[in-house]
Design a protein around this ligand. Structure first.
Ligand SMILES: Cc1cc2nc3c(=O)[nH]c(=O)nc-3n(C[C@H](O)[C@H](O)[C@H](O)COP(=O)(O)OP(=O)(O)OC[C@H]3O[C@@H](n4cnc5c(N)ncnc54)[C@H](O)[C@@H]3O)c2cc1C
Length: 250
């Protein structure tokens, strides 16, 4: 029996494992995760509610992708927002639509997304090995070196996430694994982050906590419209997060 190993039990690794087993039911699919739970970062998303996807056409997703948007076109042709919504509905976790076409679980709980994915793993008999930190890939002998010994694979999927919120497990070690496989890693930059300001008005904290709907924010030539909140350090909310990519280009 062919062995597929997936490194990382975040949303990417979980969906990749589910997809691999669904398309190749005769393969043995195993997820290696350094934490003792699946989806540690996923639990924190959307303020604990998980903004699962946006009910918008592919063209709009592409419009919102600041860098190399064509890259995701074929991926979204194969699996897009509609597929995600159908997937969770069929798995017994229906979603609901909110402002700006954002989709959340009807229960408003990200843990229900995690539990639905866990149920799917169990149904498909996908194993999860917990507490396994993968630190080296020897692709010539198709072997992973880990904190719990060696694992031999036929196929390997690396889904180790980025490097924000390292306490959730994704601390960037996955980039080394990708390098060992011959990939080039581009310089890493923050994405979807709040903006910090030294402006005296911000520093005085008089605006802290004020939030506004559908604010128009212009960064260079880019104009974005979404909700904004003033914080003790600067601005946050969807429009500030989205603007953060363009701020770095100034
Ligand atoms: C506060 C916050 C709120 C967010 N809200 C949303 C939202 O509402 N909607 C949305 O779409 N996105 C949201 N995001 C972004 C979203 O969480 C990430 O895009 C998503 O988690 C990425 O999934 P992933 O599977 O690629 O990586 P991760 O979720 O980071 O998972 C990677 C997994 O790999 C494991 N791992 C890493 N290295 C190794 C290794 N060497 N060996 C073994 N295991 C390893 C990690 O422990 C982790 O479990 C939010 C992010 C944050 C921080």
């Amino acid at each position: 029996m062919k062995k597929v190993y997936v490194v990382g039990a975040g949303p990417a690794g979980l969906m990749a494992a589910i997809s691999a087993k669904t398309h190749y039911p005769n393969f043995e699919v195993t997820i290696l995760e350094r934490n003792d739970v699946i989806g540690k970062k996923l639990r924190l998303t959307g303020g604990g509610r998980c903004n699962v996807t946006c009910n918008i056409p592919i063209e709009e997703f592409i419009e919102y992708t600041p860098k190399n948007p064509k890259f995701i076109y074929s991926t979204l042709q194969n699996f897009n927002a509609k597929h995600i919504m159908d997937f969770f509905k069929q798995a017994g976790c229906p979603l609901k639509q909110e402002d700006h076409n954002r989709m959340f679980p009807k229960s408003n709980k990200s843990i229900d997304i995690v539990n639905t994915l866990m149920k799917k793993l169990q149904e498909l008999k996908i194993k999860v090995e917990y507490g396994v930190l993968v630190h080296e890939v020897k692709n010539d002998v198709k072997t992973l070196l880990t904190s719990k010994g060696e694992f031999k694979y036929d196929y390997l999927i690396i889904a180790t996430g980025g490097k924000t919120y390292p306490h959730t497990g994704s601390d960037g070690t996955g980039y080394d694994l990708a390098k060992q496989l011959g990939h080039t890693i581009t310089p890493l930059i923050p994405a979807e982050v709040p903006l910090v300001s030294n402006d005296p008005v911000i520093q005085s904290k008089t605006l802290q906590g004020l939030s506004f709907k559908d604010v128009s924010l212009t960064v260079g030539k880019k104009r974005l419209i979404h909700d904004l909140i003033f914080t003790h350090f600067g601005i946050s909310g969807p429009v500030a997060l989205r603007a953060s990519y363009y701020v770095q280009e100034l």
